[in-house]
Design a protein around this ligand. Structure first.
Ligand code: AMP
Length: 468
């Protein structure tokens, strides 16, 4: 990022610049520096930006500018009832709410209408809000489709589509919903897609949505923010709760986000910490939306010291300057490690991420270290040294494939030819008769799996490409 770049460099109206100033932002973050001018120019974007980079302002600020009718932009028709001019899709309720908050903050000096809709709460108030039409609609895919089917939202006036955390959308299985939404959007629109990582599936999805997109990236793929101090603590599984309590007390951690593998595990740990006199709350899919919102609000206001979450809750949480993240369990999908610890060290702030690792989790640890391409520092805590060792790890290498057995030689003459060309070879010869039945069996099993005749779902998710 150039040191002299300021928000004034962009063609943003004074109302928006004032709101940014009020937020205390001094300089645009690298993703904002790249994205804002491109969005203002009306380009389609494919942006690789991990969470915590300031990507929300990267699309919200130029969108507000485009909608704001400030004189720089051509005047637009007012939004009609049950219409939205911008649709922002987010994978989780928390992320949707977070984006909604950002829109309110950055757009506080403009007279634009926005609305956030997600499932798990009553649909009627959302229908009422949409009746007047909104400039910006933030939605999770399932609830948006419910509203569409009930004629509460129409898309004739939709000019911009934003797909935030697209990789998470695919992880959560929203492919079909996204396709259904794309099918009902006007084909002429600007499209912005943000994703922490760009897998083949994401690129395929992008090809169906984006039109000659400009690709931007602010961090090398699959790396963690450099401002985050990361270390692991080898420990026996059964001692993890006590270790966590000790770490919190000994280090005087005031605000900690803890990740657990299961909802049950999160609830159990909450009870344990409460018993230790540490105020904790859990946030996961089994909790009602109001309970989740209250827990998050209490945590943000530091009424609750520890927030315990499962991966589902991970991506939407934005708690400014969150200093501490703990992986009580390692994530089963290595990429989630990056998403989890991205909750700290946000927008250049420093942060710390600690993982409690037991012997059973060695393979998960190796996957993570391979993904982030570095070994995590280890620290043993007195009194919690594991009796089941977590082996020393090294950067994971792809295991070499075992060599295929040599092809059986078919004819006597070829055998003779080969042995004669090798001269007096010392190599052992394979016995052709034993190898043959194995070859037959292999050929049969391949053809069965390819035809997939039982009609079962193929293991990889597929989605239709949008016809342009
Ligand atoms: P995001 O990646 O959009 O979730 O943003 C992460 C955090 O960075 C949020 O708390 C924002 O308020 C903050 N943020 C966004 N842009 C800036 C900026 N230019 N300077 C400082 N903080 C920022």
């Amino acid at each position: 990022m150039k040191s002299d770049l300021t928000f004034q460099t962009f063609d943003l109206s004074p109302e928006i610049l004032q709101a940014v100033k009020d937020k205390g932002y001094k300089q645009p973050s690298p993703i904002q520096a790249q994205a804002i001018p491109l969005v203002l120019q009306g380009k389609d974007l494919m942006a690789a930006a991990q969470t915590g980079t300031g990507k929300t302002a990267g699309f919200v600020l130029p969108i507000l500018e485009k909608l704001s009718n400030t004189g720089k932009t051509p005047r637009r028709e007012p939004v009609q009832p049950n219409q939205a001019r911008v649709l922002i899709l987010a994978p989780t309720r928390e992320l949707a709410a977070q984006i909604g908050d950002s829109i309110n903050d950055y757009g506080k000096n403009l007279s634009l209408r926005s609305c956030v809709v997600y499932g798990g709460v009553k649909i009627n108030p959302q229908m009422m809000t949409l009746r007047r039409g909104v400039d910006i609609l933030v939605a999770t895919p399932g609830r948006l489709l419910d509203l569409y089917r009930q004629n509460a939202i129409k898309f004739q006036q939709c000019e911009i589509l934003v797909l935030d955390e697209a990789d998470r959308m695919l992880d959560l299985g929203f492919v079909d919903e996204i396709q259904q939404i794309l099918d009902v959007l006007p084909s002429r629109r600007q499209n912005l897609m943000f994703s922490a990582t760009f897998s083949d599936d994401i690129r395929k999805l992008a090809r169906g949505i984006l039109d000659q997109p400009v690709e931007i990236s602010v961090s090398p793929r699959n790396t963690t923010a450099v401002t985050i101090k990361q270390w692991i603590c080898p420990v026996d599984k059964k001692k993890k709760p006590a270790l966590l309590a000790a770490l919190i007390k000994d280090n005087h951690w005031q605000q900690v986000l803890v990740f657990c593998k299961t909802k049950k595990g999160a609830d159990k740990l909450t009870r344990y910490l409460d018993g230790e006199g540490i105020k904790a709350a859990a946030i996961h899919g089994d909790k009602s939306q109001s309970v989740r919102s209250r827990a998050l609000a209490d945590f943000k206001q530091q009424k609750v010291q520890i927030l315990i979450a499962t991966d589902l809750a991970a991506r939407g949480l934005d708690i400014e300057q969150l200093p501490q993240v703990v992986n009580f369990d390692l994530p089963t999908v290595a990429e989630n490690y990056i998403h989890r610890i991205g909750r700290t060290g946000r927008a250049g702030m420093s942060g710390e991420a600690v993982s409690l690792v037991c012997a059973d989790e060695f393979d998960l640890l190796t996957d993570i270290e391979h993904l982030i391409k570095s070994l995590l520092k280890r620290k043993l805590i007195d009194g919690f040294e594991p009796s089941h060792d977590v082996p020393e790890s090294r950067l994971w290498r792809k295991p070499k494939k075992p060599k295929k057995p040599k092809k059986p030689k078919q004819t006597k003459s070829s055998q003779e030819l080969s042995s004669s060309t090798q001269g007096a070879s010392t190599k052992k010869k394979t016995t052709p008769k034993k190898a043959q039945p194995k070859k037959k069996y292999r050929a049969k099993s391949v053809s069965t799996s390819v035809s997939n005749s039982d009609g079962s779902r193929p293991p990889k998710r597929k989605f239709k490409q949008k016809k342009r």
